[in-house]
Write a protein that binds this ligand. Structure first.
Ligand code: AMP
Ligand code: MG
Length: 324
């Protein structure tokens, strides 16, 4: 196989149908896809990512009618949300059908489903002819990929059958996850905000972040130390008296002055969507051993900013660690 193993849409669809694992673009982040009906393909996804099998996968479909192939007892609110925000960066948790292997849902009786808006993802799912399970195409706990090059750098030599290059992801953070099993609850913030969901279904709860020190994690995808680059990253206001190491870089947001000049700026005008699309790419860019610390400016914890805060808090070292 050539390195990197760039693959066409048609080849990817055929490989996926036959049980191979292929990285594909979506509007959120690149996904490491496999045939959702085949436990052997799902097992390969977990192995390539070094992801523990207790962390369930999201199943990707390419039309709303496919929802009924993989989920059952689908409430009306699910169809209302699908109509409003699919295709797009929103995942729904629903009771699963028998045909979805337990490996996909980590033994849970529910399944996570998403209809992505990326035209390349849609074409691949359509041509593969089966729903595709796909977590982010990175090693477990590392920064998610928003370009095909990010995928190649982390995974190209780990046994996947190919990578489809669909350009940079335009949303840039993982989908919003909303559980519709029991009371509607946002489990993971993303570009579809709780306000947007409440507008369609009336009311929605928001699960409290588990990223507080000392608190047990509720779901593995939401553990305390996810999304971390190799270079220590500190998110937020630098505590007074903290001595910065020699080679610091700073990811700025807006035009506030920082303790050091901005190295990169997520959005000079403070535009949250622009910042979301750039965040992971900047984290990859600055994840270079020549740097000692990456500082990231605080971002308002409102709207899509909630997704950025969620990821950055998990990516951040606690300042006490860097003082040791
Ligand atoms: P990702 O890391 O983007 O692949 O998203 C997968 C995440 O979705 C998991 O880590 C869980 O937090 C969540 N998830 C997937 N399936 C379920 C499910 N059946 N119930 C609750 N959360 C789920
Ligand atoms: Mg992930």
């Amino acid at each position: 196989m050539q390195f990197p193993p760039w693959t066409s849409i048609d080849d990817a669809a055929r490989l996926l149908h036959d049980g191979e694992v292929v990285a594909i673009p979506t509007e959120t982040v690149y996904g490491l896809a496999g045939n959702a009906y085949l436990p052997s393909a799902l097992a390969q996804i977990f192995a390539i990512k070094e992801r523990p099998t207790f962390d369930p996968l999201i199943v990707h479909i390419c039309e709303i009618s496919q929802l009924a192939d993989i989920a059952e007892n689908i409430p009306d609110v699910a169809y209302a949300l699908a109509k409003a925000y699919w295709p797009g960066p929103m995942t729904m948790i629903l009771p699963k059908k028998e045909c979805i292997p337990d490996l996909c849902t980590s033994g849970l009786p529910s399944v996570a489903v998403r209809f992505p808006s990326h035209p390349v993802a849609q074409e691949i799912i359509w041509k593969a002819g089966v729903p595709l399970a796909a977590p982010s195409a990175n090693l477990f706990k590392h920064v998610s990929p928003t370009t095909a090059e990010h995928v190649a750098a982390q995974l190209a030599d780990r046994g996947l059958a190919g990578i489809v290059d669909g350009g940079p992801c335009n949303v840039g953070v993982e989908s919003t996850i909303v559980s519709l099993v029991g009371e509607p609850t946002v489990l993971r913030p993303g570009a579809i905000t709780p306000e947007m969901i409440a507008k369609v279904i009336g009311d929605v709860k928001v699960k409290e972040s588990t990223s507080k020190p000392g608190q047990a994690m509720a779901a593995p995808g939401q553990c305390d130390t996810h999304y971390r680059p190799q270079v220590p990253l500190f998110y937020g206001e630098i505590p007074e008296g903290f001595e910065l190491p020699k080679n610091c870089v700073r990811i700025a947001f807006g035009n506030r002055p920082g303790v050091i000049p901005a190295t990169l700026n997520l959005s000079e005008s403070g535009n949250m969507l622009e910042a979301t699309a750039k965040l992971y790419a900047y984290m990859h860019d600055l994840d270079d051993p020549k740097y000692d610390l990456i500082l990231v400016d605080p971002i308002p914890n409102v709207g899509v900013g909630m997704a950025l805060n969620d990821r950055l808090k998990r990516a951040s070292i606690k300042i006490i660690d860097s003082n040791r």
